[in-house]
Design a protein around this ligand. Structure first.
Ligand SMILES: [Zn+2]
Length: 137
């Protein structure tokens, strides 16, 4: 198993949830929903407090995905400062962005697994992952 997938699965097992908002809470990361214009979200760390900022204009899936993506950076790249997640950087070829996206998709999938004979696309749609995010699986 690759690192993003492994980290997502370990986190779910350890915390008994695959909800990015609950996981953030359990990890003492404050999630702030605010109007961020065309930015989806970002992670901010000061000496004591870590926070994930999520644009309150996003639909429910995108809000959860964005929170999961930022959690992914915190789990996988704690020393690297990744600036804002925007729609334009979502499909970036940057390694760290791709890993955070993969982490987020696997986090949202939780304990779901494909049924026998189910295609990847059918499986992901059944788990409410929109088509344009299937490339991160
Ligand atoms: Zn990112």
């Amino acid at each position: 198993m690759d690192l993003p997938r492994l980290h997502a699965s370990k986190l779910i097992q350890r915390l008994g949830s695959n909800d990015p908002f609950e996981i953030s809470k359990a990890k003492n990361i404050v999630v702030i929903h605010e109007d961020l214009g065309n930015i989806y979200g970002y992670f901010y760390k000061s000496n004591r407090i870590s926070s994930i900022h999520v644009n309150n204009r996003l639909n429910e899936f995108l809000a959860r995905f964005t929170c999961g993506h930022e959690l992914g950076h915190n789990e996988l790249h704690p020393k690297i400062n990744m600036p804002f997640l925007r729609r334009s950087t979502l499909f970036s070829i940057n390694r760290y962005e791709r890993e955070a996206n993969r982490f987020a998709v696997h986090l949202l999938l939780g304990e779901n697994h494909p049924y026998p004979f189910e295609s990847k696309e059918e499986f992901l749609l059944r788990c409410n992952i929109p088509k344009e995010f299937h490339c991160f699986y």
